[in-house]
Design a protein around this ligand. Structure first.
Ligand SMILES: Nc1ncnc2c1ncn2[C@@H]1O[C@H](COP(=O)(O)OP(=O)(O)OP(=O)(O)O)[C@@H](O)[C@H]1O
Length: 896
């Protein structure tokens, strides 16, 4: 850059941030002293005078910028008369001509007004700026002008920007394009710094580049600003619209309410507490927020809660999605998470805990000594683990330094939903590991499985929840359904956890033998496996909640009626505790001590109002019910109590309370039972048990785990020696039938059924074997002895007395092998008033250990090793005719 043609011009400082560019105009107010100096300049000059308008470089000092603009004075306006003395009262309009440079040595004299100084006019270079630079400049200028035209609300402004745009196109002279840059930068809303940069750039090519940059920057800012403005506008519009519609809705409701008459108005003011739902809504939301804030900082559940809370805030109220998120958050915050305050430890560590637990079990249940012993062992293990965990916790607490006093508690999320910075987390207390093995109570209905579970919960002082799994076919019932499903919700486990309100309850998983296996709804028993597995259940995944739920503190107890349908892996995780049913003696005690008082209380009576005699109670147990447990017995006692309640109420109503109660007798005699409970279901003489050829009684355990007797019926029909089996028999029991018949055929000659050893005893006949009680599926190896006896009875004509029942399996060689369920079977036989039981020799120990002494005394047990011994025990000594060693028949006493 070269400088030439120095000239002397009066220097006019422009107050910051005013700046004048060549080709532009500016109007400024100036103090009177400056105006006077300018006026004298105007008067002394021939034409309109020129001054150098120099900007003040910053607002902090009065130093001038090194460049200014030579400007012609266009106008100087004197203020009206009354304001003549005020400062800055003159208005000066200047027109910028060309840029000037102040000498480096120039300093402004504060005392002189409008001092003159030498200035230099920078030379224009000979070469015009290159085309490319001009193109870039023009396109960025067009982009900015278009943007400004778009953004401006007034038509006149839009027209102005379009005209400038057209003018720019018209300028083809490369030398003039640089002055266009000055004019445009002066026109658009460029900053002081940008304008100063343009003023200080004397080289036209460089000036075009700087101007292009400024235009691009301004266009981008304008674009972003207008985008944000549109977004804000849209959201405000949406909110306004929603608010407006809600107002309208409220108004419509109000109108409708007033139309439906004053009957609906409460307090005569036309509004009820039901209308005040906005307040409730706000309260509910505040409550929800509080509960999210109370969650453990940094935990998965809290993160999920915060995320969903933010979504809830974004979604308009009343929408379906809003409801879905609300109910999800209700669930999420209602689950007792491990840190929840309700998680109070209890006196399990007390020295008296086990004694108290024993008392509790005795107070709730009669008998069941072995089971109670097992439960006390179980509780002792739970207690020991708790004590160990406690000790470890203390040791860990002693090692970790105490938290600093100034540390503030975890702060809630801020109003805008953004989590505030968390203080460093305090060390987490170690999780208590109070797990014992998972108990599985197996036994017939009504034997106290559920109530034992309740007693354990009471002893541990933990909430008890019963989860019924009978008939659960869908995995979703255990694990919950994903939120994408309509009306989805959490599964049974999470529901129970919420009801329990603590994270360490006792859960009784009832009837796990009735849970469905794998099907197209998933595999519920596989889901149960995850629940019960201590390795996995600290991160149980409920599909609805979708945050790992810790079940490691939950004590699980399962119940089942039989073990047969429980899947192997599930059984593997449980420790089986067998309950077998009660003897009549035990039932009498349970009825007197527990069932009768309970039923009297439930029916508003007491022991003075109803007294059931011992024979009457025995009759209820033996003739009105015949079950392993005591549920029907309890029901029957309840029916007696209700009957007496009606009698008592009628008596009181008629005679008044003061009247003598001679007409009302609290005693319930044996003879009255038929009038109260109807005809007894079971006949004491067991008439239906007829002693017949080909029929014997076997012993079975039914599907519910209940023991009983089962007739084995056989008949001979014309045929060709085949065996026909009916009665819903399984494979194993069918095989028992085949083996029994083969044994009889092999020994037909010895039993004098045939003349020669090779003769078939079934010549011309088929044997049909039937096990009645039709619909029940029967299987299992225990009917071999009974079937053999039935075949022998059929073919020889000898009969087995009906007071005899038998169980045991046989081999082809005629040995009797042991079977299971002896206790249940013997109890069932006792209930059915069987007096003699034939059992395998190997089951002797089971009877000695498991069968109550009073039953052992009341019944005769015959233990047999071979089929021959069994036949002798069944038919009686010397009843059957056995061929003697010489081949002739050995005549014996016959019952034919
Ligand atoms: N040994 C007992 N002492 C006192 N009451 C008992 C005893 N056994 C059972 N009961 C009572 O019998 C009733 C039925 O018992 P419970 O409901 O526990 O049976 P359950 O074995 O769970 O039956 P289900 O297999 O059908 O679920 C309860 O009222 C219970 O208190």
């Amino acid at each position: 850059m070269s400088s030439s043609s120095p000239a002397k011009l009066p220097i006019l400082p422009l107050a910051h941030p005013s700046i004048l560019l060549p080709g532009s105009r500016i109007t400024q107010s100036i103090p009177e002293s400056v105006a006077q100096a300018l006026l004298s300049l105007i008067e002394s000059a021939d034409a309109l005078p020129v001054v150098a308008a120099v900007p003040v470089a910053s607002d902090t000092s009065s130093a001038l910028a090194p460049f200014g603009c030579a400007a012609r004075i266009l106008r100087l306006v004197r203020p009206p008369g009354n304001r003549r003395n005020s400062r800055q009262s003159y208005l000066l309009t200047l027109h910028g001509l060309t840029r000037v440079r102040l000498p480096a040595t120039f300093t402004l004299d504060p005392d002189s007004v409008l001092s003159s100084s030498e200035v230099q006019y920078p030379d224009n270079p000979k070469d015009a700026p290159p085309r490319k630079v001009i193109e870039t400049f023009k396109s960025s200028a067009h982009r900015l002008l278009d943007r400004l035209a778009q953004d401006s609300g007034q038509q006149i402004r839009r027209d102005g920007y379009s005209k400038i745009s057209a003018m720019l196109d018209d300028v083809t002279d490369a030398a003039r394009v640089a002055s266009m840059a000055d004019i445009l930068v002066g026109t658009v809303n460029a900053s002081f710094a940008d304008k100063l940069a343009i003023l200080s750039t004397t080289d036209p090519e460089a000036r075009l580049s700087v101007a292009a940059e400024i235009f691009s920057k301004l266009a981008s800012i304008s674009e972003v600003t207008s985008k944000i403005a549109t977004q804000v506008e849209e959201s405000v519009y949406k909110q306004q619209k929603e608010h407006f519609l809600r107002q309208q809705l409220a108004a419509i409701h109000k109108e409708l309410q007033s139309l439906s008459g004053p009957g609906n108005l409460v307090n005569g003011q036309g509004s009820s507490e039901l209308d005040d739902d906005e307040q409730h809504e706000a309260d509910d939301l505040a409550d929800l927020k509080r509960r999210i804030e109370a969650m453990e900082p940094g935990s998965e559940e809290r993160k999920m809660g915060v995320r969903e809370w933010r979504r809830l805030k974004r979604i308009p109220q009343g929408s379906v999605e809003n409801g879905v998120i609300r109910s999800y958050l209700e669930w999420l915050t209602a689950i007792p998470w491990p840190n929840s305050a309700a998680d109070a430890p209890r006196a399990i560590t007390d020295r008296s805990f086990l004694a108290a637990a024993r008392e509790q079990l005795d107070a709730d249940h009669f008998g069941l000594d072995k089971i109670k012993k097992r439960l006390i062992e179980y509780l002792a293990v739970v207690r020991l683990k708790e004590l160990n965990a406690e000790r470890e916790r203390r040791a860990a607490a002693a090692l970790t330094p105490p938290p600093k006093v100034e540390q503030k508690p975890a702060k809630a999320d801020s109003k805008d939903g953004k989590p505030k910075a968390m203080p460093p987390p305090t060390p987490k207390p170690m999780r208590r590991s109070v797990k014992g093995p998972i108990l599985l109570f197996v036994g017939p209905p009504g034997t106290g499985k559920t109530s034992l579970g309740q007693s354990i919960a009471k002893a541990l002082d933990r909430p008890f929840q019963r989860i019924s799994l009978g008939g659960v076919r869908d995995e979703g019932e255990i694990r919950g359904h994903r939120r994408t499903y309509v009306a989805s919700g959490p599964g049974l486990i999470v529901q129970a956890l919420r009801k329990a309100g603590r994270c360490d309850p006792v859960f009784l998983l009832d009837e796990i033998d009735k849970i469905g296996g794998s099907n197209f709804h998933g595999d519920p028993s596989a889901a149960l496996l995850e629940v019960l597995d201590p390795e996995q259940n600290h991160t149980f995944n409920d599909h609805y909640i979708n945050v790992p739920v810790d079940l490691s503190q939950v004590l699980f107890i399962c119940t089942a009626n039989s073990l047969e349908t429980i899947s192997g892996p599930l059984l593997d995780r449980c420790e089986v505790v067998q309950l077998s049913g009660y003897t009549y003696d035990e039932k009498m005690h349970i009825a007197r001590r527990f069932l009768l008082p309970k039923q009297l209380k439930q029916n508003g009576m007491d022991a003075d109002h109803v007294q059931i005699t011992q024979p009457a109670l025995m009759t209820i147990a033996t003739r009105y019910t015949r079950e392993a447990g005591v549920r029907s017995l309890e029901r029957a006692i309840g029916a007696v109590a209700r009957y007496k309640a009606v009698e008592w109420a009628e008596h009181v109503d008629m005679d008044g309370l003061a009247a003598s109660s001679t007409s009302y007798s609290p005693i319930v005699e044996d003879s009255e039972l038929e009038g109260i409970l109807g005809i007894a279901r079971w006949d004491p003489e067991e008439r239906e048990r007829e002693e017949r050829r080909g029929v014997v009684y076997g012993l079975v355990v039914m599907g519910q785990g209940e023991g009983g007797i089962l007739p084995v019926e056989t008949i001979a029909v014309p045929g060709s020696g085949r065996l026909k089996l009916t009665g819903s028999l399984g494979e194993v029991i069918k095989e028992s039938g085949e083996i029994a018949l083969s044994w009889v055929k092999t020994h037909a000659y010895d039993l004098c059924l045939t003349e020669t050893r090779l003769q078939d005893p079934l010549k011309g006949i088929d044997v049909h074997l039937h096990l009645p009680q039709g619909a029940q599926k029967k299987d299992g190896p225990s009917a071999g002895v009974a079937m053999t006896c039935a075949f022998v009875s059929l073919l020889t004509g000898a009969r087995v007395p009906t007071n005899i029942a038998m169980t045991g399996e046989i081999t082809l060689r005629g040995r009797v092998t042991p079977v299971g369920g002896i206790k249940e079977k013997v109890l069932g036989a006792h209930r059915a008033q069987i007096s003699k039981v034939i059992l395998p020799w190997a089951n002797r120990k089971d009877v000695e250990h498991d069968v109550a002494p009073e039953i052992q005394r009341a019944m005769e047990f015959v233990f047999v090793r071979t089929v021959n011994e069994a036949l002798e025990a069944a038919f009686g000594k010397n009843t059957l005719v056995w061929r003697n060693g010489l081949g002739g028949p050995m005549l014996m006493e016959s019952r034919l």
